[in-house]
Design a binder for this molecule. Structure first.
Ligand code: 1PR
Length: 550
């Protein structure tokens, strides 16, 4: 098999990148020291998380001159995500840490006054002057996750010989990919962008992208091209969620509860078995799911260290599913059966190494938030959220919230943030607040969703998975009041979850709230609707949705 070299310099999930390269027919060899860089012909610089963290790692390990020499030698080079950012001179994310300065310019943070940041989701990479740049296609969508970007200014990079593909998020048009000579770099993750992303990787690996670029005479930038670049391309993200647990026979199965009760209603009360996790994840990927989430819903009982089947599920899924994978359940500091202490960060690392792109933290986030308030909102860097987001970037940390409605007769009957509800309580109460729970809803705490989400945002969480116990499995639509309350409280993206029963519910949540993504479970597992049907419906209603490319 021909070889591609990958630089191993910083923590991150590179397993999915390795899988994607192998899928393209290439073998990965690792570069583990600056001296080895010279052995590489085709070199990929991956990167996740914080610019300063990545660049200082590269710099202190002595990689910078070796990377510049590789690029100057004319050998193929690809940067991905922070690997693209590293090519620039600087980033506002860490002004003390210089980049490789291959591309002049400074990266800036997205403006979060009108939109969620990080920018997470599927967006364009369209190059109006060279529409087939590295097989990027103006009609395809690519998976981005980042808070910093290089703003696109017409003619700026082009005047230095770069071909530029762009995307637009919340009115800000930025560089999605660049290419010149032997160098190509993508702000998006080709390895997580389905078939469209694999085409870009293949064009790098087999050299066809660079050859076509050399023969291509970029068209002049005209007014029409500018318009195309400025089109908002972010799609409505539809996520399939698989609740996984061991059934009474000891098999790991996908299950689904009604208000978190996953046992059948009959006398036997056996765990509802809806199928096998790996097969179901693949099916949803092929239906066009933009992400797949696995939640190990009984992890609080087991020791996660021994929970190898979940790791195996991730390993097998990441071989065939090229969209982001999130895993949740049991991510907290743990003492193993033999007394060995394992930190939440170590557990997350095992998941990332097995193919996860994000980890989701539930119960532990609630406890951390309670401590955050009781300690006067001070952060000491010791929570799972802080440690994992520091090592892997905040985009890798999702906080899963399991709230329950608590009705009150009037707004000031509680210290908690209430909403005036259109769904009155059992005694006609007009107000409610949302109490956070732990252990899969088994324990309700004196902490509301506004408090929790604001605390975890301060700790460095990158996204909120907002479930709702009252709505779970009811097929009655998302809790729009809950979603609106949380969206108004924080700046990081929110995934609406619980209650989806038909494609119309997805339209409703996207049109009536500012949610950043919506998640369904039961309606997909029971075969009532496919993800594709939801996407088709959204498209029919004029909402942008990504279609699966085979
Ligand atoms: O607390 O960090 O160990 O994480 C445990 C994780 O397991 C949490 O993310 C928690 O939400 C989840 N969990 C625990 N118990 C259950 C249960 O169902 N008994 N499932 C559970 C949560 C809710 C959603 C579901 C949506 C959509 N599942 O993920 O998929 O409600 O369902 P629907 O579309 O069918 O309505 P920790």
């Amino acid at each position: 098999m021909p070889t591609v070299h990958l630089l191993d310099y910083v923590a991150g999930n590179v397993r999915s990148l390795v899988n994607a390269i192998e899928k393209c027919g290439y073998e990965v060899e690792w570069i583990r020291s600056p001296e080895e860089v010279v052995n590489a012909e085709k070199l990929i610089l991956p990167g996740v998380g914080h610019f300063g963290h990545c660049l200082s790692q590269l710099s202190s390990a002595g990689y910078m001159p070796a990377l510049r020499a590789h690029i100057d030698s004319g050998k193929p080079f690809m940067g991905i995500c922070v690997g693209l950012q590293a090519l620039f001179s600087n980033s506002a994310e860490d002004s003390q840490c210089p980049g490789l300065n291959v591309v002049p310019g400074t990266l800036e943070r997205f403006d979060d006054s009108t939109k969620a940041v990080p920018h997470i989701g599927w967006n364009n990479a369209s190059c109006p002057t060279n529409p087939t740049l590295y097989d990027m296609c103006p009609n395809s969508k690519y998976y981005y996750v980042h808070s910093y970007k290089y703003p696109y200014i017409k003619g700026d990079l082009e005047s230095h010989g770069w071909s530029v593909a762009t995307a637009t998020y919340g009115g800000e048009t930025f560089v999605g990919a660049i290419a010149k000579g032997n160098v190509v770099a993508a702000q998006f993750h080709p390895e997580k962008s389905g078939a469209a992303g694999l085409r870009v990787l293949r064009a790098f690996c087999d050299g066809s992208g660079a050859r076509a670029l050399a023969q291509n005479i970029p068209r002049p930038i005209n007014g029409g091209a500018e318009e195309l670049a400025a089109q908002e391309g972010l799609t409505r993200r539809v996520i399939a969620c698989l609740d996984v647990r061991t059934n009474d026979q000891g098999d790991l199965v996908v299950t689904k509860g009604d208000q978190y009760d996953v046992r059948e209603k009959g006398d036997a009360r056996s765990v509802r078995n809806l199928g096998k996790p790996v097969e179901m994840a693949k099916r949803y990927y092929e239906q066009g799911a933009d992400e797949v989430t696995f939640l190990n819903i009984t992890s609080f009982r087991d020791c996660p260290i021994a929970d190898l089947p979940m790791l195996e599920i991730l390993r097998r899924t990441s071989e065939t599913v090229f969209v982001p994978l999130t895993v949740g359940g049991g991510i907290r500091d743990t003492v193993d059966v033999d007394g060995t202490k394992t930190s939440a960060l170590e557990i997350a690392t095992m998941y990332f190494k097995s193919g996860a792109d994000k980890v989701s933290i539930g119960s532990d986030a609630v406890i951390a938030a309670e401590e955050y308030y009781s300690g006067g909102k001070q952060l000491f860097g010791n929570t799972a959220i802080e440690q994992i987001s520091k090592a892997y970037g905040n985009q890798a940390v999702v906080v899963s919230v399991d709230p329950k409605r608590i009705y009150v007769v009037k707004q000031d009957a509680t210290r908690h943030a209430t909403v005036k509800t259109k769904i009155p309580g059992p005694k006609g109460e007009q107000y409610c607040w949302y109490a956070c729970t732990i252990k899969g809803g088994r324990e309700t705490r004196d902490l509301d969703v506004v408090e929790l989400t604001q605390a975890v945002e301060a700790m460095g969480a990158g996204e909120i998975l907002l479930n709702c116990i009252d709505k779970d499995g009811t097929n009655s639509g998302f809790d729009l009041e809950l979603i609106t309350q949380v969206k108004n409280a924080i700046r990081i993206p929110v995934i609406a979850s619980s209650g989806a029963g038909n494609p119309g519910h997805f339209q409703e949540v996207f049109e009536q709230t500012t949610t950043d993504a919506a998640l369904g479970a039961g309606m997909f597992h029971r075969g009532e609707y496919t993800v594709q049907q939801v996407k088709d419906y959204l498209k029919e209603k004029g909402l942008v949705a990504r279609q699966f490319e085979g």
